[in-house]
Write a protein that binds this ligand. Sequence first.
Ligand code: GCU
Length: 358
Amino acid sequence: MSYIKNEISKRNIPDVLKFADGTIVTKENAQERHAEILDILQKEVYGYMPPAPDYVKGEVTYLNDKSAAAGFGIWKTIDITFAINGKSFTFPTNIIFPKGVENPPLVVLSYFGSGPFREFIPVEFLVSKGVALAAVCYNDVTSDNADFSDGMAAIIGERQADSDTGKIAMWAYAESRILDYVLANENINTEKIAVAGHSRLGKTALVAGAFDERFKYVFSNSSGCAGAAIARGNTGERTHNITGHSDQWFCKKYATYSEKEEEMPFDQNFLLAAIAPRKVYVASSQDDAWADPKSEHLSCCAASEMYDAYGIPGFVCEDRPPQPGDKFHEGNIGYHMRAGFHFFSMKDWGMFLEYFLK
Ligand code: GCU
């Protein structure tokens, strides 16, 4: 038996190609399965996405069209406001456009806040490649703690029912509102819109991409548990760990799977499969045992079937465990494994951009 087939059967991963009632997914009914998977993920893991906004608008509070990115970029800070059921919320976003590029590709990125550097933010790098960046600090959307009374959480409210919205879903929802603003106000290449993030924000990018089909590329870096990594048999972070320290990221139901991953009516391959037939890119690092690179890789393998249903290549890789230096860019699931530790590195961005701009 091949490595991949063996690993998938050993872990007993639920099949994305089977509807809950057992019907087999085909090209004709793949969109219905997409909707079913989104419902499962909301009900069981992230909580239900808030309804579509009443409106979205933006106000430019800062403009530097002279010297940003050494003079090659146009930098705008925008206060973006949206309302849900009559309650409004405003958050700042920084948008940098490459000068002189008519319809640039766009990356929407959530990044970490103050404190020690958690990541490399590729402002000048993207501008130099002719790519626009719209970046939000996730704490400006809502705080990363159990308090649901600030930021966007204040208009959504505390989680009461089992499947009420968690914070990852809120951060993802805000990424879609950034896209609403950009599409209404700027010229963008709509075939090249990516959503990206690292770690908990890599989980967020996957959720944003699964729910918003305008994101044609999803780049998740070291997203691990409740991100790209398969939960069953994961040797790094497990459901009881993640819900122990950050239950606010999810709906309440998710914690009921602590130490009971085998009872989940899904696994994380469902999240990747919900992005099909669009492109999803998974990046891992070798020494990131907590995110479990082998389980992240396995999700790509297991989600690949959904692309088969659409009749397009999914994960085109070698049939062996992943190793540092791997770069699989042929299919609609892109992948690399970098040497080193958990970090959103310049190297990760370089490899994603090769895939994004090819
Ligand atoms: C913790 C958490 C991870 C998460 C990471 C991060 O390590 O356990 O699930 O991805 O923080 O966001 O940096």
